[in-house]
Design a protein around this ligand. Structure first.
Ligand SMILES: [Zn+2]
Length: 289
C-alpha cells in the first residue's frame, strides 16, 4: 500500500492537476464571472512559468517531501496519531481536517507578519483573478509552506494516503476557488457550507485591506466562519471590485522577473490604510527605476 502510494504519487498529482486545470479553464471561457482586460497570454505564460520554477525549487531544496516523510514517521511511530490508539478511518479524516486548519492558520500568518506578507503579496498582486492565480506563489512561500507541512507531518503522524489526498485536494481547490467562473447564487450558497467557492475567495483578493484580511480558507470554509474572518460578499460587487495590491498595478509587474523580485520592494502606501472604497484602475506603464 505504502510503496504503491509513493510509486503513483507523481502520476496522481499530475493527472488531477491537469484535469482540474482543463475543466476550470474551459468553464472560464464558457461562463466567465468577470470580463478580463489583460491578454491571457501575458498572465498565463508568467504564472505557469512561476509554478514550474516552484516545483523544481522545492524538489531541489527538500530531500523528502510530505507524503514520503509521512511514511517514515509512520514507520518510526512518531506523531500524535501514531501514539494514540485511534481507528484508521479516524486518523485519516482527522489528518485531512487538521491539515486544512494548519494551512488556514499559516495563511493568516502570511498576512499578519510583515516579512511574510511581502512574500505572499506576490500571489495577491495578480491583476486578474482566474485559474492561474491559484498557481502564482513566490518560490520562498512554497519553501516555507513545505517546511511547515513537514513539521505538521512529524507532529501529527498522519497516514501517508491522507497527506497525498490533502495535497491533491489543496491543489485542486486552489485552481477551483481562484477560477473566473460564474456559479449561480443558490448553488454558490449551498457549496459554501462544504467548500470555499470562487466568489468567497475572490473577496480575499480585493485591493481593500479589510476584505483581503478575510476568507483565508482554501478547502473548508468553516474556519473563517468559526474564527470570525468571514465576509460573504465584496462591497463593490464581484463584477466591479478591484483585485490585486495597490503598489503593483502595471502590466510589467505581471512578468516573472518582477514577481521574483517583488518581495524586495517596499509598499509605498501603508497597508490597512482607511479604504476609500474606490475602484482601482490599472496604472500607466511607467517604467520603474
Ligand atoms: Zn492571501
Amino acid at each position: 500500500m505504502v510503496e504503491s502510494i509513493l510509486e503513483y504519487e507523481a502520476w496522481v498529482r499530475m493527472s488531477a492537476f491537469m484535469a482540474v486545470l482543463v475543466v476550470m479553464a474551459s468553464l472560464e471561457v464558457l461562463a466567465p464571472r468577470r470580463r478580463s482586460e489583460i491578454p491571457r497570454l501575458l498572465r498565463w505564460s508568467n504564472n505557469i512559468a512561476l509554478v514550474v520554477l516552484d516545483t523544481v525549487v522545492v524538489r531541489l531544496v527538500f530531500p523528502v517531501l510530505a507524503v514520503a516523510l509521512a511514511v517514515v514517521v509512520e514507520d518510526r511511530g512518531w506523531g500524535i496519531l501514531n501514539v494514540l490508539p485511534v481507528p484508521d478511518w479516524f486518523a485519516f479524516v482527522a489528518s485531512v481536517v487538521a491539515f486544512d486548519l494548519a494551512i488556514y492558520l499559516q495563511h493568516v500568518m502570511f498576512h499578519a507578519v510583515p516579512a511574510l506578507w511581502r512574500v505572499h503579496r506576490v500571489h495577491h498582486a495578480d491583476l486578474e483573478f482566474d485559474v492561474t492565480t491559484g498557481l502564482r506563489f513566490h518560490p520562498v512561500e512554497i519553501l516555507l509552506s513545505m517546511a511547515f507541512k513537514l513539521l505538521v507531518v512529524v507532529a501529527l503522524g498522519p497516514p501517508a494516503a491522507a497527506v497525498l489526498l490533502f495535497e491533491v485536494l489543496l491543489n485542486a481547490t486552489s485552481l477551483f476557488n481562484h477560477s473566473n467562473i460564474r456559479i449561480p447564487d443558490g448553488i454558490d450558497r449551498a457549496l459554501r457550507w462544504v467548500i470555499v467557492t470562487p466568489d468567497m475567495h475572490r473577496v480575499h483578493h480585493s485591493v481593500h485591506g479589510q476584505e483581503s484580511n478575510s476568507n483565508f480558507g482554501f478547502n473548508l470554509p468553516w474556519w473563517d466562519r468559526l474564527l470570525g474572518t468571514y465576509i460573504a460578499q465584496p462591497r463593490a460587487t464581484h463584477e466591479r471590485m478591484s483585485v490585486g495590491v495597490d503598489d503593483f498595478r502595471t502590466r510589467r509587474d505581471l512578468w516573472i522577473d518582477r514577481m521574483l523580485l517583488q518581495p524586495l520592494r517596499r509598499d509605498t502606501r501603508a497597508r490597512n490604510q482607511p479604504d476609500d472604497g474606490t475602484t482601482r484602475e490599472m496604472e500607466e506603464e511607467t517604467p520603474i527605476a
